[in-house]
Ligand binder design. Structure first.
Ligand code: M6R
Length: 360
């Protein structure tokens, strides 16, 4: 049950320190800077030259996160919406690895994409929460995120676990293809092990309820980020619209000036996500919105230059750029939750939506 919580969503947000610790348990070995990920035999990824991720909704945002991490690690990769895949899949051959990211393992669009990839000769893998799901049975291999059951329709803890497992997987694949682990693993892995503690701190100290209250009368809510902050901006907006029924959109920070800026007014708060990847550019983009009157809420660590420049801050603990987006995402989950609660929405069961979408 929900125990002391009003909603499963809040319970599941709060569970993230535990669910993340479970996800990485036994899978990283920070003492020698290696990724154990013993889910895979040595050589599993030999002969792969590119990776395609297929997924929908929140899982697509996690897939995009993983795909950007792989690109940053030097491996050719794309994230594709599973529901677009049947009309516009990029070419596949036997050196393509197709990774289906799906919490439930039962999403029809994602299963269709997975089946097509298999039929065309790709190696397939699913990253899923459900052991024994259709995706886990049909893919060549499965990597389980071990988040435990998620009851709220809005995916929260499963996004975090997916993104963490995909970060590990990206490093493992890139390391296997290069024959050596990436140089920065020595800092990344201990950071990863610190994530549950950092999320704990963030949850204890979050001002998300105050921010939700302060901007409750707004017309529309924008989320911007770049690099690994971009999928987090998309996810922040999806969560917000899904449970508050208010209009929200996520953009790559640099895209704001290519059109969306026309929508910006004092009635459109902009949540700007800073992950340590070209933050000075994101800050400039945020300031362009601020000049048009939009309140800017910087999601960043305490001593960040954006704190001064922005109207508000949602604080995240200091970490590596590969992981900062995950912390930002937890703050945004809380903002959505409190905004929806103020509006008295049925948070765990938003109208018109189902936890698992088994039709195309
Ligand atoms: O079970 P899946 O991860 O395949 O589900 C995909 C989407 O339907 C899902 O992520 C959906 O977008 C979320 N419930 C939104 O919070």
């Amino acid at each position: 049950g929900k125990g002391e919580y009003d909603h499963f969503m809040l319970k599941e947000i709060t569970e993230q320190p535990t669910s993340l610790a479970q996800a990485i348990e036994g899978r990283v070995d920070p003492t020698n800077g290696r990724i154990a990920l013993s889910d895979f035999e040595p050589g599993t990824f030999d002969g792969i030259d590119s990776v395609q991720f297929v997924a929908c909704g929140t899982s697509y945002h996690a897939a995009l996160y993983g795909s950007l991490a792989l690109n940053q690690a030097g491996v050719q990769s794309t994230a594709l919406l599973a529901n677009e895949y049947s009309v516009s899949a990029p070419p596949i051959d036997d050196e393509t690895l197709v990774i289906a990211v799906t919490q439930s393992g039962e999403t029809a669009d994602t299963l269709t994409a997975l089946r097509r990839a298999r039929a065309e000769g790709a190696a397939t893998l699913t990253v899923t929460n459900v052991v024994g799901s259709t995706a886990a049975r049909e893919a060549d291999d499965a990597l389980f995120i071990r988040a435990g059951p998620e009851i709220g329709v809005a995916a929260t803890k499963t996004f975090s676990s997916q993104a963490v497992m995909l970060t590990l997987l990206a490093q493992r694949i890139a390391g296997d293809l290069r024959g050596e682990p990436a140089a920065d693993l020595e800092t990344l892995l201990p950071e990863l092990e610190s994530m549950p503690g950092r999320i704990e701190t963030l949850l204890d100290e979050s001002d998300a309820d105050l921010i939700a209250e302060r901007y409750r009368e707004s017309q529309s809510y924008f989320f911007i980020g770049r690099g690994l902050g971009y999928p987090v901006a998309l996810e922040g907006a999806l969560k917000f619209k899904e449970i508050t029924y208010e209009h929200a959109e996520g953009f790559a920070s640099g895209e704001l000036k290519h059109g969306p800026l026309a929508l910006v007014t004092p009635e459109t708060p902009v949540f700007a996500i800073f992950t340590g990847q070209e933050d000075e550019k994101t800050l400039k983009n945020a300031e362009e919105a601020q000049t048009r009157g939009a309140p800017v809420i910087a999601v960043c660590p305490d001593d960040h230059p954006a704190v001064e420049a922005a109207d508000e801050q949602l604080a995240i603990p200091e970490t590596e750029p590969d992981l900062a987006g995950l912390l930002a995402n937890v703050q945004l989950q809380l903002v959505s939750y409190y905004a929806a609660d103020l509006l008295d929405r049925p948070i765990d069961k938003p109208r018109n939506l189902a936890k698992s979408v088994t039709v195309e």
